[in-house]
Design a protein around this ligand. Sequence first.
Ligand code: DX5
Ligand code: ZN
Length: 214
Amino acid sequence: MIQIIPSILSCDFGRLAEEIRAVEAAGADAIHIDVMDGHFVPNISIGIPIVRAVRAVTQLPIDCHLMIAHPTQYLRAFAEAGADWISVHVETCDLATALPAIRALGCRAGAVLNPPTPVAAVLPYIGEADFFLVMSVDPGFAGQRFLPEALEKIRTLQHALHARTPATPIQIDGGITIENVGRAKAAGASLIVAASAIFQGRDYAATIAALRTG
Ligand code: DX5
Ligand code: ZN
């Protein structure tokens, strides 16, 4: 099943509650929160208090994408703030420890890989991860250009998942537009994250519908 997951990185933070309610009313399936620390990625975004604030205004699953050093130190804090899904980068931690820790907190565990990281780096964690996130930009900023090399990685991962845990979904994040979303889905992605494509348009419902059917 295709799920459309707005990333609030491009929303109007001065009207955060309204923005969350608007994408929920427009058909969003979950809310993606990009957490950046200025170390693992060259930008600083938002953290635990914002997760709590989002939790207070929506029933949708909250998907916390941790682009931070030492993510395992913060898993409990994100879970207690209201995260339902927590994804951690294979470049930042030992997934053999982090993924079971996320599940033990009652959250869905995601394993993320950056554009330069080969799919082989996450294959050992099939069965341990509830979803995989293939980045289609170098993480750090919204509004970057989609890197089509992600498509081949998704196909490879999809093939590996098909043989072992076919129900495990693949998420894609970065540079997704109405124009390229079809290629991402054809490759095997079903959890579609988009920040600027949604929040920079006027009609959230139309964009979310187009991303779903495109
Ligand atoms: C990138 C973040 C993405 C980002 C996507 O570091 O992980 O979630 O917000 O933004 P767009 O959809 O504008 O590329
Ligand atoms: Zn993200």
